[in-house]
Ligand binder design. Structure first.
Ligand code: NAD
Ligand code: WQD
Length: 330
């Protein structure tokens, strides 16, 4: 089976390509490399010892992407391509709506044109906004607080409307919680440009002494130790979730949380990182970051019962693998 993976050179996409190739799928990657590097494609080949077809293309360039559908028999699409920084989306909303929403429309149109009716979409726990934890797939999405989150809400809606109009369209919408970790080879992982916004990449930069101190955004939340609680999930568990979703695709739109169901506070994550890697992380408590919520973790009962998937890797593996990737990629 040939799977077209948009954004396959990125953090989650590259790990998913590895898992797909190891499961016997053929992979075609379409990525414009706006937030990734070409050598990731070679690393995917090294890890799997399998070949990958790569197109450097912007998914919004419909004519160029049309050629990919023309050149190959595509059996399904996993659509990762998009921008993902919440803060940046507040400053550049049009860039986010343009890139994330238009790319989703473009790729669905090509699926319709070429009769490709299996589709997996990267959504985010951010769509739950201020709902009460644990987040369940059937919650109403009332309070997304930033343009990035809104692009995911809109894309989900577009997929639902498309599947209502075309009864053969089978869609899995996957809402990821907080992906961290890296492949155990240390070859692929997350390497954000500039100063990281997310906690784990910030911790690894402090561990490397590229940054002096971790700023903990608030210790007055209503959580066990006052710091924010999140559902960190190993990126390889997430990748396996995509294969499970693809293999169990059914007609209509089906939404699944990809998280562990367990919350970890900022201080607990720092403590685990220090213990596993034997490195001290200097930290200071600062003000809350605007827009942050107390707690975010998944109800995973639906994904377990319908896809038979659950996350296997623990916080220690996440800390070990994140650090291995960082030290391998000086
Ligand atoms: P990433 O930036 O590492 O990967 C995205 C990839 O898409 C990059 O390789 C980038 O070059 C490519 N891309 C972006 N716009 C494109 C376009 N118009 N045409 C072609 N390629 C394009 O991000 P990631 O962490 O791997 O995230 C993948 C998906 O998962 C995104 O849709 C993101 O919104 C979603 N997601 C990520 C997280 C997270 O915390 N990492 C959480 C929830 C959801
Ligand atoms: C985690 C916790 C911070 C950095 C974001 C997006 C979400 C999804 C995943 C895409 C919070 C605290 C962080 C720091 C800190 N992405 N923190 N110091 O905000 O849960 O989720 O990434 O879909 O949509 O919003 O992740 O890693 O930024 O923060 O104290 O330097 O760490 O306050 O409690 P977040 P994060």
């Amino acid at each position: 089976m040939n799977i077209l993976v948009t954004g396959g050179a990125g953090f989650i996409g590259s790990h998913t390509c590895v898992t797909l190739l190891n499961a016997g799928y053929n992979v075609i990657i379409a990525d414009n490399l706006c937030n990734s590097k070409k050598d990731t494609i070679d690393k995917i080949k090294v890890i799997t010892n399998k070949d990958v077809i790569f197109y450097q293309v912007d998914i919004n360039q419909e004519k160029e992407v049309d050629e990919i559908f023309n050149n190959h028999i595509i059996d399904g699409v996993i659509h990762f391509a998009g921008f993902k920084a919440v803060g940046e989306s507040v400053k550049k909303p049009l860039d986010y709506y343009y890139n994330n929403v238009l790319s989703t429309i473009s790729i669905i149109k090509l699926c319709e044109k070429y009769g490709v009716d299996r589709f997996v979409f990267s959504s985010s726990a951010t769509v739950y906004g201020n709902n009460a934890v644990p987040f369940k797939e059937d919650m109403e999405l009332l309070s997304t607080t930033n343009p990035y989150g809104e692009t995911k809400v809109i894309s989900e809606r577009i997929l639902k409307d498309t599947s209502t109009a075309n009864q053969n369209f089978s869609v899995a919408i996957l809402r990821y919680f907080n992906p961290v970790g890296a492949h155990e080879s240390g070859l692929i992982g997350e390497s954000p440009n500039g100063v990281p916004n997310n906690l784990m990449p910030y911790i690894t930069q402090v561990a490397k002494r590229n940054l002096q101190v971790l700023k903990v955004f608030g210790n007055d939340y209503s959580t066990s130790d006052g710091t924010g609680v999140r559902d960190y999930i190993h990126v390889l568990d997430l990748a396996e979730g995509h294969v499970a979703a693809f293999e169990n695709l059914k007609k209509g739109v089906h939404i699944y949380n990809l998280g562990t169901g367990k919350g970890t506070s900022v201080l607990e994550l720092v403590e685990a990182f220090e213990r596993v890697n034997n490195i001290k992380i200097p930290l200071e408590i600062v003000d809350r970051r605007p827009g942050d919520i107390d707690s975010c973790y998944a109800d995973t009962s639906k994904v377990k019962s319908e896809l038979g998937w659950n996350a296997k890797r623990d916080i220690s593996s996440m800390c070990r693998d994140s650090w291995r990737f960082e030290t391998n990629n000086e």
